[in-house]
Design a protein around this ligand. Sequence first.
Ligand code: HEC
Length: 282
Amino acid sequence: MTIRLLGIFAGLGLTAVLVLWSLVPGLVNFAMPEKPEYYAFQEANIAPEGGFSFEGPLGTWDTQQLQRGYQVYKEVCSACHSLKYVAFRNLEDFGYTEEEVRAEAASWTVPGINQETGEAASRPGLPTDQFPSPYPNEIAARAANNNAVPPDLSLITKARKDGVNYIYSLMLGYTEPTAEDLAKSPDFETPDGLYFNEHFYNINIAMAPQLTPDRVTYADGTAATPEQMAADVTAFLAWAGEPSLIHRKQMGWFVILFLLFATGLAYLSKKQIWAELKSKKD
Ligand code: HEC
């Protein structure tokens, strides 16, 4: 009897420790002030209307949207940003056939070598190539961008807090500082060559506004509003950062169902094993 009680208390104790462990850091976070002082200008992230199709436990990729986002990346962002962890063959995820991927890869120019002289040269891309970097190195990237480096975008939705909503907001966050903004920090001024963006962490960003209306002409005829392009390119970048996201969610459901099934089986076999002993006792 005492052993059984001890067991129960040990179990309760352990559960209490685990609950506290998961609760306390969350509460501490909750109690902390939202943003430190130097974020005086930074606005909270906004999300596209209805959110993204891949969010939530039952989310899925919208392949049409990924195709559009890819088009925005190719025609706009790739002039400055690389996507070095993604290969052209990964585009098959969007429903492109092998042939289409080969043709798409060939429309990019990637670094190679001249087979006869061994000197640096360039050649059309192959499905196995990764997306090329627009600059030969960091010095060239800085020289072209007011001394800032456009970061590689492969993992950017993972590298920022609230990644997808942040990228969406950043793309749409170019405004003029209002009098109210300026009152928060009287010394505030946007230096030459930088742009006021109320979602960037230090407000002045070296990237000029990109998604002006009709910046791209969508192959599927969708109207290219800034909001549409921002949502599409963000979905594309979320995919680039974790192509297996949806597969992972589906696997999670499978595992939960399997565990439920296994629990049921274990319960039934326990009942069967003990049935004989129980009937003897009675
Ligand atoms: C003309 C060059 C150029 C183009 C085109 C461009 N960017 Fe940028 N981008 C930059 C530079 C430069 C920075 C670094 C800004 C800084 O550190 O101040 C940057 C930074 C970023 C960042 C990181 C912001 C952060 O939190 O650090 C993201 C995300 C981004 N760009 C997304 C995009 C997307 C998406 C596109 C295409 C729609 C795009 N950029 C097109 C030059 C460009």
